[in-house]
Design a protein around this ligand. Structure first.
Ligand code: HEM
Length: 489
């Protein structure tokens, strides 16, 4: 090697070393700087640590991590990153983002074998949006008015079977009444009057096929999934024959089934029988357990808080003075005290404890402490009604049952802006059945308050965190005594 060649070699080595050093410097100053803005990560054993903590109970994990990490942090489960956005300061994007940025389809895929093909999370967003329009139309005020009359009749019939006094498991009773009411208003007269036992048994199998494991592996060939698939097929054939007999007899009814039969896509295409069945199943899954659980919590809180029990009874007397025995949509709409009592039970016990989205674009959030975080696309994004509804900087003394916190002058659910109270979600995918749910729960409690004295015999119920729709653990034994509430009592 001559001197010239030697220099060339030295230069090349120098260039290489300089390049490596510069690259290192860039990575030291630039990449960590952007990494610094990633949310903090929940500590746990490598690979399965996150899964273990999540399965032990997401709310317990949130209770431990929120004080340490703040409102934004990431939990790693295998190769997945779940980023939590807790509190109205950081969750606005969760609720408002368009589907192209944050979507539901991937994370709620586990519903597909239950709802069936061609509906909701099995179809593109444009079709899903149209199907949600069918829901909106089926739940318009004029429809709600006729559903309320059916709710009231169902409650009267159901409680007429109670004796003059006795002891019942209120949770069981309300579950049954709500199945009957949902059958009447949503599934239709044919199911309610003739096929109730068969259809209830099939829905029971669908329900039991929705296990925590189904969220990860919806098609795992386990007996519960096989029964779910069988039940789904049988429901499809039952509804196909109801739909075709309604169509051939040119029969029109006042229920959600009829609304879905009459619904049309923008291009004029009518819904198919399979789509109608799938949408009805989705409606029942969205509205049945959620409402019955909320009715039970409402009752448990009223029985344990005499001041609110007296306040709702007083409200009933005032309305009876004004409207007599009439109970319809407009009378129920006047029940503000009862509304706040239900709303407060639902704040403390939202049945849907975790809401999820899949992120398709990077976004940033600023916490209430002023920290900025970048959430990369590809993360699963989560928020939690069960945790966020009890944040002490939003709700004063958050674990206390205090329905007056929504009264004029306090309005704690609004003080920190939208997305403070998120039992019904909010924004782009806020619950479409909220008015229906309140009317149903109010109709039931109106009947109970006007016709019975109630006393809770069990200890105050605990939360059943293991259920997919989180509800009440064990029985809720109640002693009842018939009474006729009158204006001058
Ligand atoms: C107390 C009762 C109820 C509670 C607590 C509740 C809660 C919720 C929540 C939290 C969401 C948002 C889910 C998300 O953002 O991922 C939601 C959505 C929805 N709910 Fe409800 N719900 C109730 C009753 C009902 C009823 C009775 C119906 C229909 C009859 C219904 C139909 C729907 C529908 C169709 C959506 C989807 C809206 C969309 O994605 O655009 N819900 N509900």
């Amino acid at each position: 090697m001559d001197v010239f060649d030697g220099n060339k070699f030295l230069n090349t080595v120098l260039l290489l070393v300089t390049t490596i050093i510069v690259a290192k410097l860039i990575s030291a100053f630039i990449i960590p700087k952007s990494k610094k803005r990633l949310p903090p990560i929940v500590k746990g054993w490598p690979i399965i640590g996150g899964l273990y903590r999540f399965l032990k109970g997401p709310i317990f994990m949130l209770r431990q991590e929120y004080p340490k990490l703040g409102g934004v942090f990431t939990l790693k489960i295998f190769h997945k990153n779940i980023t939590f956005l807790i509190g109205p300061e950081v969750s606005a994007h969760f609720f408002k983002a368009p589907e192209s940025d944050l979507s539901q389809q991937e994370v709620y895929q586990f519903n597909v074998p239950t709802f069936g093909p061609g509906v909701v999370f099995d179809v593109d967003y444009s079709v899903r949006q149209e199907q949600f329009r069918f829901f909106t139309e089926a739940l318009r005020v004029n429809k709600l008015k006729s559903y309320v009359n059916q709710m009231v009749t169902e409650a009267e019939d159901y409680f007429s079977k109670w004796g003059s006094s006795g002891e019942v498991d209120l949770k069981y009773e309300l579950e049954h009444l709500i199945i009957l009411t949902a059958s009447r208003c949503l599934l239709g007269r044919e199911v309610r009057d003739k096929l109730f036992d068969d259809v209830s048994a099939l829905f029971h199998d669908l329900d039991n096929g929705m296990l925590p494991i189904s969220v990860l592996f919806p098609y795992l060939p386990i007996p519960a999934h096989k029964r779910r698939d069988e039940a789904r097929k049988k429901l499809a054939s039952i509804f196909a024959s109801i739909i075709s007999s309604r169509k051939s007899a040119d029969n029109s009814e006042d229920d959600m089934l009829q609304c879905f039969i009459d619904s049309k896509y923008k291009d004029g295409r009518p819904t198919t029988e399979a789509e109608v069945t799938g949408l009805l199943i989705a409606a029942l899954f969205a509205g049945q357990h959620t409402s019955s659980i909320t009715s039970t919590w409402t009752g448990a809180y009223l029985m344990c808080n005499k001041q609110y029990l007296s306040a709702v009874v007083e409200e009933q007397k005032n309305l009876m003075e004004k409207h007599g025995d009439r109970v319809d949509h407009d009378v129920l709409a006047e029940m503000d005290v009862l509304y706040r009592c239900i709303k407060e039970a639902l704040r403390l016990h939202p049945p849907l404890i975790m809401l999820l989205r899949s992120s398709h674009s990077d976004f940033s959030v600023t916490t209430r402490e002023g920290k900025e975080y970048d959430i990369p696309k590809g993360h699963i994004v989560a928020t939690s009604p069960a945790f966020a509804n009890r944040l002490p900087h939003i709700f004063n003394d958050p674990d206390r049952y205090d329905p007056d916190r929504y009264a004029v002058g306090r309005e704690e659910d609004k003080a920190a802006g939208a997305f403070s109270y998120i039992s019904f979600g909010g924004g782009r995918h806020g619950c479409l059945g909220e008015p229906f749910a309140y009317l149903q729960i109010k109709a039931i409690w109106t009947h109970l308050l006007r016709n019975f004295e109630l006393e809770l015999l069990s200890p105050f119920p605990e939360i059943d965190w293991n259920a997919m729709v989180v509800g009440v653990k064990g029985k809720v034994m109640v002693r009842y005594k018939r009474r006729q509430l009158s204006v001058d009592q």
